[in-house]
Each structure stands twice: as C-alpha cells, then as structure tokens.
Design a binder for this molecule. Structure first.
Ligand SMILES: Nc1ncnc2c1ncn2[C@@H]1O[C@H](COP(=O)(O)OP(=O)(O)OP(=O)(O)O)[C@@H](O)[C@H]1O
Ligand SMILES: [Mg+2]
Length: 225
C-alpha cells in the first residue's frame, strides 16, 4: 500500500512540483499517472523511490514512513521496487543476462536462483534465449523488454515506469503494454505516460495531474486534458 498524504514538493529554486497531493494505491493495483509536461509525474515516482523527500506531507509504503528523515531502510525499500525508463537505461557493454541479473548479483542470492529468475523474466517479456546478446543487436522495443525483465526480477512488489513507451512506435508500444497487462494483479504497477491511446483503451485507474495538483482520480478512466 502506497499512501501520499498532503504531499507538497518544492525545489530549491522555488519550483512547486507537487501541491498538496493525496492518494492511496493498494497492493497489486494498476495505475496511470497522466498530465502535461511539468505536471509532476516523474516527481511522484522519485518520491516513491525516496530519491526526493517531500517538503511537506507524508509518504507511507507498506507501513513504512519513507518521507521521514529518520527512515533508514532505503536500500530495502528500493529492492521492493523495479524502475523502467523512457530511454531504457540498458548498459551497452553488458549482455542481456548481465543487464537483467545485475541487481540480484549485488545481493547474496545463489547463482542458480538468479539464472532461473532471469530465464523466467526473459520468457515473460518474450526474449527467451537472448541471454548472451549485447544491447547493440536489439531494437528499441527489445531493449524496453530487457528493462522490464530487469525491473521484475528479485520478486519486486512495485513496478514504476516513467514514459515506458515514449521512444517507441505505436505497434511496439502496444507490445510493451501487453507485458504490463500480463503482470497485472501480480504486483503494483504505476505508469507515468502521455500515451492517450493506451490509457483510453485500457480503462484502468487514472490519476490526472496538472501543474502539481491532482485534478482527477478516475477508477476506470480515459485521458482528457
Ligand atoms: N530536480 C529538480 N529541480 C528543480 N525543479 C524540478 C526538478 N525536478 C522537477 N522539477 C520541476 O518540477 C515540475 C514537475 O516536474 P516533473 O518532472 O515531475 O514533471 P512531469 O510530469 O514528469 O513532466 P514530463 O511529462 O515532461 O516528464 C516541473 O516544473 C519541473 O521543472
Ligand atoms: Mg516526467
């Protein structure tokens, strides 16, 4: 459960990125954050990751008040969360296997378990057998599949995606969304996007932001600004 209670985020130069935002996201919910550029979508994702602390208000994840200055479980918090970016952030000098397994390699998980998890994740995203391939040999859609595989291994409970289809053509965007749909109900999925087609046709919960304010929270919504 993710709870934002009266969260305001002001940046040092005075930019008011979020203005008194409150919402709750239950476990395994599927939510879109939409809104024009500068609305505050990325700021919300970064607050969940505890890359930022709010200026006012509180953020609680699974009972942990992560907005507290005294919160000291940031590493454990981030192990719960998988992150997917618009520009994939795949390491070019590492194979698909290395990219996907990296975070688990840094824990003391047995290699046999890592190998099994990577294989399962690659199968889920439709890249089975591509373990040894280098990123230069992959298309943009395939790179985003690698990024999703990387974000789901390690039994992560929360998946955050920031414009995951922003660099992809419409057909590839749909293929990527199908992967998120496959994961639906298995973990909390939070997607920030400008993609009106996808939001309108999936009819999931949509939280609409505008200039840092939450202007709509639709249970099964479409996108209109
Ligand atoms: N690190 C920062 N320092 C100063 N201002 C920031 C910082 N990060 C974001 N902002 C400001 O906060 C506001 C919200 O930005 P944010 O990146 O959350 O918007 P967004 O909805 O993700 O936009 P986009 O659709 O363009 O990605 C903007 O006015 C932005 O300039
Ligand atoms: Mg953004």
């Amino acid at each position: 459960m993710i709870i934002f209670e009266k969260v305001t985020k002001k940046f040092p130069l005075g930019n008011l990125a979020l203005d008194n935002i409150s919402f709750e996201i239950t476990n395994n919910e599927f939510v879109f954050f939409v809104g024009p550029s500068g609305a505050g979508k990325t700021t919300i994702l970064k607050l969940i990751l505890r890359e930022y602390l709010p200026t006012e208000g509180s953020i609680t994840i699974d009972g942990w008040e992560i907005s507290s200055k005294n919160f000291n479980q940031t590493v454990t918090l981030r192990r719960k969360i998988g992150m997917i970016f618009q520009d994939f952030k795949i390491l070019n000098d590492k194979t698909v296997f290395e990219n996907v397994s990296l975070s688990l390699m840094l824990t003391n998980t047995a290699f046999s378990k890592i190998k099994k998890e990577v294989e399962e994740a690659l199968k889920l995203v439709g890249l089975d057998g591509k373990e040894k391939v280098f990123p230069q040999q992959l298309s943009a859609g395939e790179l985003q599949r690698v990024a999703i595989a990387r974000a789901i291994i390690g039994e992560r409970e929360i998946l955050l995606a920031d414009e995951p289809t922003g660099n992809l053509d419409p057909k590839t965007s749909w293929e990527i969304m199908k992967i998120f749909k496959k994961l639906e109900g298995k973990r909390t999925i939070i997607i920030a996007t400008h993609n009106t087609d996808i939001v309108n046709s999936l009819q999931k919960r949509v939280i609409v932001l505008k200039e840092g304010r939450l202007i709509k929270d639709l249970k099964k919504g479409g996108y209109e600004i």
